[in-house]
Design a protein around this ligand. Structure first.
Ligand code: SF4
Length: 355
């Protein structure tokens, strides 16, 4: 099995820093693990030599912004002012660093220049081809500069009673595929008290949790027809598919309904991506909801997030003190409750926008 080079380097360096002879263990997310030992030394040496050469340069090398890498990089505060001062096009959502390079060669090197461009004046460059993408890039530049929201199309939202849905799963599930420890819902009238969920304490309850989820869906189906099960991103649907395969239940009537042509599942990220251009660098649920000029919904626990939830759940699994265990569970439930309240607020915000 081939482990990504970046992970080989990262773990190889940790082993070296720790002066540890033990192999590093990689959790592959599907229940399997892999180990990395001395065999990764050549790529680690190559990386360290390359880094030393960079450090010896008299000037900082030219770089482009990458939202996924820079926002979690400890040097973000150092690099960002320079990107912003230059109005680097790679700061924009959907603009790859390579596209920014090619646009600069074509004379479009700042966000202002891109905002003033026309679709016809932008050449086809890698990662930015076709009128639709170019039109979006121009609006994204305008939105970045002005803070305005642009509407591309009218969002078509399905009719019915909406129930908001979000899951929390554990990529560190020992010796098996990831376990969904929490299937969370927000039902009408959409207040905090209307949070509903299926919880399992550990992976031994995986099957029961899945059955509990299917039962909940059937309850909602009979109480709220037609039902819309709204979620943000494809993760919920993909997870239902994985569970159906895991327990050989693809033909279960609830599963065929959830995954079939008349599915009640509705991914709210689709209308956002298809219909809106927002003054954001990422189109995740938290990016949109936390922004004070957009949805402006704040999670009760500012530190919470999906990775935070995984850490709390793994602490919960190991905790032996019952009071502490209950406290951890309550915090995880609150976080998931805020996630589904956020998708509800997003729904309301989108409806207002398209009135
Ligand atoms: S913040 Fe700077 S150092 Fe960090 S990934 Fe981005 S460009 Fe590289």
């Amino acid at each position: 099995m081939k482990i990504k080079k970046a992970i080989q380097i990262q773990l190889g360096i940790y082993r070296r820093l720790l002066r540890n002879e033990l192999p590093a263990m990689v959790f592959l997310g599907d229940g399997r693990t892999a180990t990395l030992g001395d065999e990764v030394d050549p790529v680690v040496d190559e990386f360290i030599t390359g880094m030393r050469a960079l450090l010896d340069l008299p000037q900082q090398p030219a770089v482009r912004y990458s939202h996924s890498k820079c926002r979690i990089c400890p040097y973000d505060a150092h690099c960002r002012p320079d990107f912003e001062a230059k109005e680097d096009i790679s700061l924009l959502y959907g603009i790859h660093g390579k596209a920014a390079e090619h646009l600069a060669e074509a004379g479009i090197s700042t966000i202002s220049q891109l905002a003033m461009s026309t679709v016809e004046s932008i050449p086809d460059v890698p990662y930015l081809k076709g009128n639709k993408r170019k039109h979006r890039a121009i609006l994204q530049a305008g939105s970045f500069l002005s803070g305005k929201v642009f509407q591309l199309n009218k969002a078509a939202l399905p009719e019915g009673t909406w129930i908001h849905f979000d899951i929390e799963d554990n990529p560190l599930t020992p010796d098996r595929e990831r376990h969904v420890y929490l299937w969370g819902f927000l039902v009408p009238a959409y207040t905090r008290e209307n949070f509903d969920y299926v919880w399992t304490d550990d992976e031994t309850g995986d099957y029961d949790g899945w059955l509990g989820f299917l039962q909940k869906i059937e309850e909602y189906r009979s109480n709220y027809s037609p039902l819309v099960l709204a979620h943000y991103s494809n993760h919920e649907k993909a997870t239902i598919r994985q569970y159906a395969e895991r327990y050989a239940m693809k033909n279960h009537p609830t599963v065929t309904w959830l995954l079939g042509d008349d599915s009640p599942l509705f991914d709210m990220q689709n209308p956002v991506l298809d219909c809106l251009v927002l003054p954001l660098q990422g189109y995740g649920l938290k990016d949109i909801c936390k922004h004070p000029d957009l949805v402006n919904f704040q999670w009760e626990n500012e530190e919470s997030g999906s990775q935070w939830s995984v850490v709390q759940f793994n602490r919960f699994r190991l905790e032996t003190d019952l009071a502490e265990k209950q406290k951890l569970k309550t915090e995880i439930l609150r976080y998931n409750r805020d996630d589904v309240i956020a998708t509800r607020r997003l729904e309301v915000w989108i409806r207002k926008l398209f009135l």
